[in-house]
Design a protein around this ligand. Structure first.
Ligand code: FES
Length: 253
């Protein structure tokens, strides 16, 4: 059997991208254990604000409780497993499960159980049935990271020297810590592949840039302001929009 990674030849096996067995191993050995980015504190500025994110395949709720403490909860009811939050983001005083109506406060505590006296004879210990919270959470310059592994190394140790790149992204231009803010909503694509295609393509394959050429020529980049690239990266700027209704100038390459 060919090796998955052949360092001598500089090639990798396609099985890495399509093997279900490898994917399941990744879910258990990577996504269930490592520190994962969940969201940014600016997405939940006020108590009761929430943003639904994911950790691996698990849906999680990023929220801020009444004491302004930030939490990340598994988005699943402790009764029979229904998602307790079915919105992408918003504001709520409690998360009420749509199935049988159990309610959870923004600190995760179970606070409401329909027919508590009749069905549970007032004996259900609500303190034992709160939302499941991540094992560790950290707020790194406004970015919220979490892990399910209580034994995971600290976030700083885990990131090591990679933090310099986070700092560049999250810190203010004057060098002070934090200051970044998430603006606007979330763009989502449904792509029939597992996580590696997108991750590898975005982070490791700048070589494919030529494949976006038609987008650049037509000046229909996602920003709506023309091409996606810029002069800082050695790209020639397009001076006008081709056929853009607000601009009659011709493109210059
Ligand atoms: Fe949530 Fe029953 S599954 S209340």
């Amino acid at each position: 059997m060919k090796p998955l990674v052949d360092l001598d030849q500089g090639v990798i096996s396609r099985d890495i991208f399509v093997s279900d067995e490898i994917y399941q191993q990744e879910q258990e050995q990577i996504f269930a254990r490592v520190w994962l980015f969940v969201g940014h504190e600016s997405q939940i500025p006020n108590p009761g604000d929430f943003f639904v994110s994911s950790m691996g395949e698990e849906s999680v709720i990023l929220t801020r409780d009444r004491e302004h403490v930030i939490h990340v909860f598994l988005n699943t009811c402790r009764h029979r497993g229904m998602k307790v939050c079915r919105y992408d983001e918003g504001h709520a005083n409690v998360f009420t499960c749509p199935y049988h109506g159990w309610s959870f406060a923004t600190d995760g505590q179970l606070v409401g159980v329909p027919y508590y006296r009749e069905a549970y004879h007032s004996q259900l210990d609500k303190s034992q049935w709160g939302l499941i919270e991540v094992a560790q959470l950290t707020n790194y310059h406004g970015a919220i990271w979490a892990t399910w592994d209580p034994q995971a190394p600290s976030f700083d140790d885990y990131m090591g020297d990679m933090r310099v790149y986070l700092d560049e992204l999250l810190n203010s231009r004057d060098g002070s810590e934090g200051g970044a803010e998430v603006l606007g909503g979330v763009q989502k694509w449904l792509v029939p592949c597992n996580w590696k295609f997108a991750a590898e393509n975005f982070t490791g394959d700048g070589y494919h840039n030529i494949s976006h050429r038609s987008v650049d020529i037509a000046a229909i980049g996602p920003s709506g302001k023309g091409r996606r690239d810029n002069e800082r990266h050695g790209a020639r700027r397009i001076n006008a929009c081709l056929g853009h209704e607000r601009c009659n100038r011709r493109p210059v390459f």
